[in-house]
Design a protein around this ligand. Sequence first.
Ligand code: GLN
Length: 308
Amino acid sequence: MRTVDDLQALLDEACRWARESARTGKVADYIPELAKADPALVGIAVHTMDGRVAASGDSETPFTLQSVSKVFALAALMKVAGMKALAGMPCEPSGDAFHSIVRLEEERGHPRNPLINAGAILVSSRLPGISPEEKAANVSGLLSDILGADVQVDDRVYRSESATGYRNRALANYMRHFGLLDDPRAACDAYFRQCALRMDAPALARVGLFLANGGTDPLSQHAVLPPACARAVLALMTTCGLYDQVGEFALSVGLPAKSAVSGAILAVVPGRMSIATYGPALGLKGNSVAGMAMLEFMAGELGLSLFG
Ligand code: GLN
């Protein structure tokens, strides 16, 4: 087993190893602006609890958080509502694609969990604030506070998703029919804004670190979430974070993680570190192929799986 002492060498190897697999994926194109990403990009960054930082590959290329933002939106809601944020919200893996509508009909408009699109739209609609901008500002504010730098909405990606997000609007309208939210248009707008928040892999690893430390950022000692809420977020990432590929990911990596169609993945190693990967080429389930390969490599080399 290797140790974090050769972290840089490990990350360089992880990137080299993953470049090959990036060729097997395709960039997301249902949000037109995301289709412009270079599928060959591969980057990784790690932040350890004791303040070590390392990055490799195309780690300075910024990306939009997309579905990784769902973790921080849930955290922002838990900041004000605590565990009540999950009241009435099922927390079961869906076994369906991230944007699937099929279970909403079977389950009277209730999303299976807060990390699929329908559940995340509901979370965004419940954030404090009146306008969609104010709601999304809860998420950017949480991230900016940890980073000590402004996290901005990528306006092109936001507008691109807003112009084409029929499927998410269908989910929101469906939930409106069952009275789960008031204003489907505003709910989607808040959600599209949080999805378009932009950063690079080192920043993503940095903002995820509080989840490795029971909700308190280990570097600033700032309490972002109470421990029970941080534990709930990690449990949801473990069981629902990679949608209908979450079982395969549990076997190959064994860590709480959240993926995004921009090609980002945030993985958390409780008590040790957070890892952010970037590789816009996606597999059939909408998860980054290079990201999954890098995380499998890291988990194998450092023995990171939660399952021993
Ligand atoms: N904004 C994207 C969507 O709603 C996020 C999906 C994802 O990253 N899996 O379709």
